[in-house]
Design a protein around this ligand. Structure first.
Ligand code: C5P
Length: 231
């Protein structure tokens, strides 16, 4: 069984949520969103570390959350994140110990299923990298600067990417180092690895693993928890 470190980026300010408290620290049911998320991973086989980049003012609260949520044999590490998600994860990666796999999972995806986490880890162990996603349900258009539609790619090959995104550690470290040298800013971890030519496979998840981004997402999350559907 592969050893693993989990990175949970939680340093965003969450401007799209229109709240003073950053998204991961909003209440969801009887605890915060980030606590709900960490609980999904806390009993994962081979988990050695949970590393959380967060903002300076949430360092103490995050430390307490990790102490409460993690078993004694899993190390919790909290640090100040960067200006972008990518920077936050790069800083967190430097704290990772001697593990085989790095799992990156957004703090604001509390409904991920354990079965899907395991499937991603197995696929990353075999292939180098694996990400969870779902087939695109809408037709996606490629537009130009004037919003003229230039292309309609076949939906057969379009998937929406979620997290977890799991990679063999050495490969992810190389990808982050190279992105920093090249000033490349990606919108997910996989894009950094893909650009170096490594294989990343798509693992099928489900739509309950949505990212709490807008106020409507938070309402849906609260409804799911109230109805006991969050497990
Ligand atoms: O803003 P977005 O929804 O893409 O954020 C995804 C995740 O990345 C969130 O969990 C957020 O807290 C985190 N993030 C971060 N550092 C930043 C910006 C976002 O850790 N500078």
């Amino acid at each position: 069984m592969a050893t693993k470190a989990l990175i949970i980026p939680a340093a965003g300010i969450g401007s799209r949520m229109q709240k003073d408290i950053p998204k991961p620290f909003l209440q969801l049911g009887d605890c915060t969103i980030i606590e709900q998320t960490i609980q999904r991973f806390s009993s994962l086989d081979g988990l050695k570390q949970v590393i959380v980049p967060t903002s300076k003012s949430y360092l103490g609260a995050t430390k307490e959350i990790l102490q409460k949520a993690l078993p004694a044999d899993v190390e919790g590490i909290v640090l100040v994140g960067g200006n972008t998600r990518q920077e936050s994860i790069h800083k967190a990666l430097k704290e990772a110990g001697d593990v085989h796999l790095i799992i990156v999972h957004d703090a604001v995806r509390p409904f991920v299923r354990q079965e899907h986490i395991c499937n991603c880890c197995e696929a990353a162990d075999l292939n180098g990298g694996a990400v969870l996603g779902v087939p695109a349900k809408d037709t996606i258009k490629k537009i130009d600067g004037n919003r003229i539609i230039r292309e309609t790619p076949s939906r057969k090959y379009l998937w929406q990417t979620q997290t977890p995104q799991v990679f063999q550690k050495e490969l992810l470290m190389e990808a982050y180092q190279k992105a920093s040298e090249d000033d490349f800013l990606g919108t997910d971890d996989s894009s950094l690895v893909e650009r170096l030519g490594y294989t990343v496979v798509m693992v099928e998840g489900d739509r309950s693993n949505f990212k709490i981004t807008y106020p409507l997402d938070l309402e849906l999350a609260q409804l799911l928890v109230e109805k006991g559907r969050g497990s």
